[in-house]
Design a protein around this ligand. Sequence first.
Ligand code: FMN
Length: 349
Amino acid sequence: MSVLSALRHPIVAAPMAGGPSTPALVSAVSSAGGLGFLAAGMIDTGRLAADIAEVRAHTDRPFGVNVFLPGSGAVDEAAIRAYADRLAPHAGERGVSLGEPVGGDDGYPDKLAMLLADPVPVVSFVFGLPDRAAVAALRERGTEVWATVTRPDAATAAAELGVDAVVVQGTEAGGHRGGLPDDDDYGLLPMLRLAAAGCDRPLVAAGGVVDGPGVAAVLAAGATAAQLGTAFLRCPEAGSSPMHRAAVASSAPTALTRAYTGKRARGVVNDFLRRHDAAAPAGYPQVLHLTRPLIAAARRDGDASVPNLWAGQAHPLARDLPAAELVAEVSADARHALAAAAERASHWG
Ligand SMILES: Cc1cc2nc3c(=O)[nH]c(=O)nc-3n(C[C@H](O)[C@H](O)[C@H](O)COP(=O)(O)O)c2cc1C
């Protein structure tokens, strides 16, 4: 039986790199009958191994690990230098220097080797599609492989690679766009329907889903489960900062921007985003490394006008609830929403 079909609730807690996805959040969601996900992005293998051990110590239910795939490495260095010149005075005002805009693969080969040596129930990939050999090697060890897509042709390509499930991310989603570079920003509903037409794998729907009626909607549109990120950011078990929690609880608008990391991501609009969005070049992880000391200094100063505040479009609906309660309530509310819709449908015609 697949991990998805064994879940008691059709809810996946999205992997959220940068702190929110603590082992406590992951184990609470998995123990509650959803699927918790560790985020392997932006940490080293030692920390990942410790996080996996902590999840295993607190739950015997399945959980996942999410891995960043490396990009092509090609960037416009002059554009990144120009962006550095633009940001340098801000860093100076805070008494820090900008970081070196270096490239990197986020330790992908080591993380993959670790997950092959000590398999976990599910590995999901983000920022492109994994190669066929990685998919086959993980599956041979009993690990389910999920791929993240943001365009319909990528869902078909993922199925052809032999993945077990496809995470379909709409543009409503908080955090980075998780797929191959896009020509279009597909909303979740068109992406789900187009992916369902071109791919025979279970679909996991991500983007702007924070409550039971939202989960009901994506299940009705063909998803097997919903992957919720922003909904969990206010849980006590999450590692979100107070500044991030306050932004999620606000009714401020969100926008997609390259301003913080050089890769488009959705966050709550603040002064930094407004001022630098139009000038920000593509270049991940170079721009991430460039802005990191400035963002860290603003966080230390308690200044929410600078740091990235990743959140999906429906963030004002996220609730401050323990993760297990959130999973149970969202699932029960989804059931009621589906029953109410079925009742309305029974009067048609
Ligand atoms: C703070 C934050 C960090 C994220 N980090 C990751 C990540 O490390 N890997 C990943 O695949 N997706 C990441 N995402 C995207 C989620 O997987 C998911 O697509 C998104 O949260 C769904 O939209 P929602 O936030 O509206 O629920 C992140 C999202 C947020 C809000």
